[in-house]
Design a protein around this ligand. Structure first.
Ligand code: ADP
Ligand code: ZN
Ligand code: ZN
Length: 760
């Protein structure tokens, strides 16, 4: 009997997000299968469209004379090994569609990511031209001339004579100017090769045979033991809570090695910028050319090359950002997520997935283990560990040596009272001067994250908050204070309701202004600034880091970009300006974010042999996020934060879904948002039993973005599944609304965001 292919067309419109039947031409009968990508004629004009075969039917859903035929197959086979991975991708996409509320087409596009392969590409490699002896002499010259970037590169090349260009510029922080100068001097040559090569001839360093500490060994044994006991359809999740330098990476490497030895593959996720050259080299020395690194400096096509290698079984380990999750391995056995609390793990386009969740689902499907690591775990993961849902391991000791920095918290209200109106406290000022005198480096971090025009009193620290949602109100252009969750509004304060002062002002924190101030105050200092403005040009980010790690500057001033990853051993002072700024983000995660940022920033000081100092400037020295960060006390912070979440039923204790309704037509968007609210309120099974709380619609933090008007409804519920029910109801209402040509849903687009990370 003839079978018909059920095809989802690659158009992200909810109205078209259902399978259409197609006839399979005789020539393709044997190669079309579930998961195949095909080209099909679609619509009245029979335009050729990409589509995904999601299944088969014995009977087509349209009349025989209307039935169209598959034109061609794009990828004849996505099954690489005996496993049928096409099925796997279909199941994963369906799971994501259900959990995050996207269309099936968008979910398919996400899990298949880019599969563009094509003509051979070219990659640059840097090769040493000098002998060991000549190289050693040249190195001395560079060191003498203080050409530290060149010295750094040469030192590495004397270990590994050929290194990929991207690795040198992005991870070793040697800017291309320096590389080119060395090329002109005949120290190195730059050659072009067809394949992206790893520095495979890394000599197994002394580290390779390192013996694990008893704590590390216990983690490895337990996780590998878990793995050995798993069936497909099962997973085991572990969280390693340990500060930077406590030996987490060494644990990841050992676990990955064990599991690869059992014939499975490993996915290692890292936040984009935090992977250091040294760490990479450690992976290379363990896994040689069986490991591949993908990052955003690779083009899409170059990334596809790496995926092709994974598909062909040429590599066992992939290291990359969240999209590496979808690497087409035949059967991953372990997924590691380092710095699991990082915001970049949340995908901010549809489907708005949380990487940890998707990783867990993939691990479950394959019978793999999931390992999470962080110095400041997300509340979600720590909460699950406390509930006994996942394993918790602790690594307490710093193995890298270096003393923990001493932290001083300065109350800026006191400074004001003492007549100091400048941006720097007297203490920080004195310490910067001292470092300049001693020729040591300082980092000044301006905490701007989450900053959204909040208003506070510079005299007493009072901050205007929403009486219903306990998040900060934001100052809008019309001079009113607005809550982004519920839409509560009030006029701005003329005087502080707490102390009567007239210093109730919107905080403005410009890095540029601070740089100017520093230049005036310390004319002898060499200052680098790093923020969105100074890093816009390609390569400028690397250039700044290169200059700073080459000690070409005394002070590095910047936003959260400077607190991640990189080790600068001669930094002995970290100043945090406006530590509280991120407390007043307009969402429930503000305190968590602040704690993470301050802890990370403070951890930058004293990495070398000299002890370090940290100065935290704040208007709220007593706030628990600041107090616990100053003491580097995660548990203390967690206890207070989880109590707050419990009280207000915020995630992870409860769950929350943002429904974003947008349209070019403001009235249409509002009408649809109100219709959704009505529908939810009238669904008795939900609202009457108090299962959900509907907040809004409000206009969100930006009413109008890229010419679209946006309204947001927040729904809170005890259980995630209740929110899925709401999402399904909203989708149904929308679809029915469209079919009935209801005016409410014309020209609007609806997006869902579960447990949102970034406020709208
Ligand atoms: P993390 O990933 O937590 O920052 P790493 O695994 O990078 O920690 O370890 C920090 C440093 O300690 C590295 O230089 C590493 O080589 C070293 N190290 C890790 N484990 C051991 C061990 N068992 N014995 C000796 N040194 C170790
Ligand atoms: Zn006040
Ligand atoms: Zn509110």
């Amino acid at each position: 009997m003839e079978k018909y292919a059920q095809v989802i067309i690659d158009i992200s419109q909810r109205g078209l997000d259902r399978p259409f039947s197609y006839r399979i031409p005789a020539g393709l009968q044997h190669c079309v299968r579930a998961g195949s990508i095909v080209m099909v004629p679609f619509g009245a004009g029979n335009t050729l469209r990409k589509g995904y075969v999601v299944g088969f039917a014995d009977r087509p859903q349209v009349a025989a004379e209307k039935l169209k035929e598959i034109e061609q197959i794009v990828e004849p086979s996505r099954g690489y090994t005996m496993e049928d991975n096409s099925e796997f991708y279909l199941r994963l996409a369906a799971w994501m569609k259900n959990r995050y509320g996207s269309t099936m087409a968008t979910a398919m596009r996400t899990v298949l990511a880019s599969r563009k392969t094509g003509k051979a590409r070219e990659y640059r490699q840097i090769r040493l031209l000098l002998s060991k002896e000549e190289g050693g002499k040249q190195l001395e010259i560079y060191v003498k001339k203080h050409q530290t970037a060149r010295a750094r590169l040469l030192r590495e090349l004397l270990e590994v004579p050929e290194l990929p260009w991207t690795l040198v510029t992005t991870r070793l922080h040697v800017a291309s100017d320096a590389v080119n100068a060395m090329k002109r001097a005949g120290v190195i040559e730059v050659v072009t090769v067809q394949e992206l090569r790893n520095p495979v001839n890394v000599s197994p360093s002394a580290q390779t045979g390192m013996e694990l500490s008893p704590e590390q060994k216990e983690i490895v044994d337990t996780v590998v033991g878990d793995f050995d006991g798993l069936q497909a359809g099962q997973t085991s999740v572990s969280l390693i809570h340990g500060v930077t330098g406590s030996g987490k990476t060494e644990v990841y490497i050992s676990i990955i090695r064990e599991i690869c030895a059992r014939g499975r593959q490993a996915i290692m996720l890292i936040p984009e910028i935090s992977l250091s050259f040294q760490t990479l080299m450690r992976f290379y020395s363990h896994f040689g050319d069986r490991v591949s690194v993908v990052n955003s400096s690779l083009s899409e096509a170059e990334r596809a090359d790496q995926w092709e290698r994974a598909r062909r079984g040429e590599i066992d380990v992939i290291i990359g950002p969240r999209s590496a999750l979808f690497t087409p391995f035949s059967r991953p056995g372990v997924i590691v997520i380092d710095e699991e609390h990082e915001r970049s793990y949340k995908n901010e386009s549809m489907p708005k997935y949380q990487t940890v969740d998707v990783a867990e689902e993939i691990a479950r499907m394959h019978g793999a283990v999931l390992v999470l690591g962080s110095a400041t775990p997300s509340l979600e993961s720590y909460w699950r560990a406390q509930q006994g849902q996942i394993r918790l391991f602790k690594l307490q000791k710093r193995l890298t040596g270096g003393t923990l920095p001493s932290v001083e918290t300065v109350d800026m209200r006191e400074e004001l009272k003492q007549g100091n109106k400048s941006m720097l406290s007297r203490s920080l000022h004195a310490k910067i001067e001292d470092r300049l005198r001693r020729g040591q480096q300082s980092m000044l971090f301006i905490n701007r994250r989450g900053f959204a025009g909040f208003v506070s009193c510079r005299n007493c620290g009072f901050v205007a908050k929403c009486p219903h949602c306990d998040v900060s109100l934001s100052l809008h252009g019309n001079g009113r204070l607005v809550c982004h969750y519920c839409g509560y509004e009030r006029p701005a304060f003329r005087t502080c309701p707490e102390c009567g002062s007239r210093y109730v002002v919107a905080m403005r924190a410009g890095t540029e202004k601070i740089e100017e101030y520093l230049r005036e105050t310390f004319p002898q200092a060499r200052i680098l600034r790093m923020d969105a403005d100074t890093t816009r040009r390609k390569g400028s980010y690397e250039k700044i880091l290169s200059a700073f790690s080459s000690e070409e500057a005394d002070i590095l001033l910047g936003t959260q970009m400077i607190v991640k990853g990189h080790d600068f051993p001669s930094v002995t002072l970290v100043g945090i300006l406006m530590a509280d700024l991120s407390l007043y983000g307009n969402d429930y995660r503000s305190a968590e974010r602040t704690f993470q940022l301050l802890t990370q920033a403070a951890g930058r000081a004293g990495r070398g042999t000299e002890a370090g100092d940290v100065v935290i400037q704040t208007y709220q020295p007593k706030h628990y996020a600041i107090r616990h960060a100053a003491r580097q006390d995660y548990e203390g912070f967690y206890a207070e934060e989880i109590a707050y979440r419990r009280l207000l039923r915020y995630p992870p204790v409860g769950h929350m879904m943002a429904v974003q309704v947008q349209s070019e037509d403001e009235e249409a968007a509002l009408r649809a948002a109100n219709a959704i609210r009505m529908m939810l309120m009238e669904t008795h099974s939900l609202s009457e039993r108090g299962q959900i709380q509907v907040i809004g619609p409000s206009t969100g933090s930006m009413k109008k973005l890229r010419d679209l008007f946006r309204f947001v409804i927040y729904i809170k519920a005890e259980k995630y599944d209740t929110l899925i029910v709401c999402k399904d109801l909203i989708e149904k209402t929308e679809t029915q609304g469209r079919q009935a040509a209801s005016i409410a849903f014309r020209h609007v687009e609806i997006q869902f965001d579960f447990d949102p990370v970034n406020p709208f």
